[in-house]
Design a protein around this ligand. Structure first.
Ligand code: FAD
Ligand code: NAP
Length: 531
């Protein structure tokens, strides 16, 4: 174990769900670790995304840690889908309950990390001038932590406040009496729009691509319902672990095309009434077969037409593509919000944004005067936070250079040429195509077990072999190519960021992935070179 205060066994970057859990696991195997977090508090996603309506869309009882039975028994969730303040309270409770804060340095961004091949150590430097030497360098930087604010001409001339959903201010934002613009109609916008519309004098929504959304059917969690789950929590966790997305989607094994239209309608109505993302579990071929998918897409389109009174507005809000190809959204009163007299929908497909002016947003068709602009324009997902750090592996090669044509990893956990670097929920792992908390825990457990195994054998270096990495990348692509995911533009493919290579980044299939990771470990870390 290291004794020098500027040296430790591991540096962990980020103090969200992943960083907190990783720190706890490393301590559990007797290692010293330092966590650096750019924010002024712990919580990651739930620290930064404070916009109105922010909440999880995987049920709270599943979107939570399972590493401590005491924790999962004692924490009481108040709603089916917890709000951002509640999840942030939970993560702060975790930090206190497991005494994590003493190893976390806040308000400090890791700027670079360089591998020393002789010492088998990483030298990690921060923007605050820290320099720390560590055996392991663990990126818990999140998939959705680098915000994307499009470079719209004239942005700097706007006279009023400009906010991004992913960097929301800590003090309350009051839209009363204001004319507000929201740019974007992804998950964040779909949660924020109904609440902003209630407060603002006028809300103008700038939509580039219409999105599929299903009602969350959020509600308070009844004490008895929560007690019943907690009596056999392992049952719920076990069911989730068997599902492709790592949570209980009540997935059917039937094809949508093997049942009658009336049966399908009943199934979709039932899932719509139950609410949330398990809508995608209705049929096994939903994400594999265009005709099967079209039955669900048409069902949602019908719902939009029924919910939105003005047929012209309904038409603009109706998505044309494949449901689930972009991440499915889950909402409370999103479509009905467009019935309000103080809400205007602007279809950018017909008239793109040309500029932001001092007083508003100008499209090819009109100038929309507003007092405030909300960018709900998403993130440079998955690779963004990793590549913002200057990571240099063997031979001084940078990760940015290696990934110039798209990310390449073995199991999403590791990249050839970068020994002793681990990535939590990296590209090539189920990550954003799964309930992320179990995915994060599975990675933290795997990494801790791997390090403990190495230490027991006096091994100092682990590195993915190029062959294992190539085979894994090919497998990730093969799995993706069998689905409908590559057929649209989504942030899963990097296509929301101009110039980003078009590569499908996450791996579909939580259970198969967990099994593969377990096999690799059981086989003495197959596919890795150990020294
Ligand atoms: P994060 O929570 O993103 O934490 C990473 C941390 O690393 C950040 O705090 C960041 O500041 C820090 N960091 C990054 N780079 C550096 C650096 N160089 N130096 C220092 N610190 C750095 N997933 C689900 O499964 N279900 C949901 O319902 C769900 N809802 C979501 C809602 C929103 C609004 C968003 C944006 C995402 C949602 N997600 C959801 C995905 C969510 O990101 C993950 O579930 C999870 O919170 C990720 O945790 P993490 O610790 O891996 O990353
Ligand atoms: P997003 O899904 O990437 O949505 C961004 C929106 O901004 C899209 O509508 C996009 O349009 C639009 N946009 C981007 N650049 C634009 C430009 N230059 N001009 C006009 N419009 C532009 O981002 P997000 O809504 O923040 O969500 C990201 C992910 O975070 C989600 O997919 C989900 O995984 C997670 N999340 C989850 C929840 C939840 O319910 N629990 C809530 C929020 C976020 P195009 O579609 O045309 O690109």
């Amino acid at each position: 174990m290291s004794t020098d205060s500027r040296a430790c066994d591991a540096v962990v970057v980020g103090a969200g769900f992943a960083g907190l859990c990783m720190l706890h696991r490393l301590r559990g195997i007797g290692l010293t670790a330092r966590v650096f977090e750019a924010g002024t508090g712990v919580g990651g996603t739930w620290f930064w995304n404070r916009y109105p309506g922010a909440r999880c869309d995987v049920e709270s009882l599943e979107y939570s840690y399972q590493f401590s039975d005491e924790l999962q028994q004692e924490w009481e969730w108040t709603e089916r889908y917890a709000s951002q303040p509640e999840i942030l309270r939970y993560l702060n409770h975790v930090a206190d309950r497991f005494d994590l804060r003493r190893d976390i340095t806040l308000q400090t961004r890791v700027a670079s990390a360089t591998f020393d091949e002789t010492a088998n150590r990483w030298t990690v430097r921060t923007d605050a001038g820290d320099e720390v030497s560590a055996r392991f360098f663990i990126m818990a930087t999140g998939c959705l932590s680098s915000t994307n604010t499009p470079a719209i001409p004239g942005r700097e001339t706007f006279a009023g406040p400009m906010l991004h959903t992913g960097r929301w201010p800590h003090e309350p934002v009051d839209f009363t009496g204001k004319r507000v613009a929201v740019i974007g109609t992804g998950s964040s916008a779909i949660q924020a729009i109904p609440l902003i519309a209630e407060q603002a004098a006028h809300l103008t929504v700038f939509q580039r691509t219409a999105n599929f959304s299903v009602p969350a059917q959020n509600r308070p969690l009844a004490a008895e319902e929560q007690r019943a789950i907690k009596r056999d929590y392992a049952d719920l966790r076990g069911r989730g672990a068997q599902m492709a997305f790592g949570f209980d989607t009540r997935s059917s094994e039937l094809s949508a095309l093997a049942v009658s239209a009336a049966e399908r309608q009943a199934e979709y109505e039932d899932r719509w009434a139950q609410g949330g993302l398990p809508f995608l579990g209705s049929y096994a071929d939903m994400l594999f077969d265009r005709a099967a998918n079209a039955t669900a897409a048409d069902f949602i389109r019908g719902k939009i037409r029924a919910l939105v009174r003005d047929p012209a507005v309904a038409d603009v809000l109706t998505p044309k593509g494949i449901v689930g190809c972009k991440r499915l959204c889950s909402d409370t009163d999103y479509f009905a919000t467009f019935n309000r007299p103080n809400v205007t929908l602007v279809a950018l497909a017909a008239s793109p944004i040309e500029a932001i002016t001092e007083g508003g947003v100008r499209t090819a068709a009109a100038l929309h005067e507003v007092d405030c602009i909300v960018f709900a324009t998403g993130f440079d997902a998955m690779t963004g936070p990793l590549l913002r750090v200057d990571i240099r592996g063997r031979g001084g090669r940078t990760l940015r250079d290696k990934w110039a044509e798209g990310p390449r990893t073995y199991l999403g956990l590791s990249s050839a040429g970068f020994p002793n670097l681990f990535i939590i929920t990296g590209p090539g792992s189920p990550s954003v195509l799964s309930n992320m908390v179990p995915s994060i825990e599975q990675h933290a457990n795997w990494i801790a077990a791997c390090v403990a195994w190495m230490d027991a054998r006096g091994l100092r270096r682990i590195e993915a072999s190029p062959e294992a990495e190539d085979a894994w990348v090919a497998h990730v692509n093969e799995v993706a190519d069998a689905t409908l995911y590559p057929s649209c533009n989504s942030w899963y493919l990097g296509s929301n960021i101009p110039g980003k290579p078009r590569v499908f980044m996450p791996y579909l299939g939580f259970p198969a992935y967990v099994e593969k990771c377990a096999q690799v470990a059981a086989g003495g870390y197959e596919g890795f070179a150990l020294a």
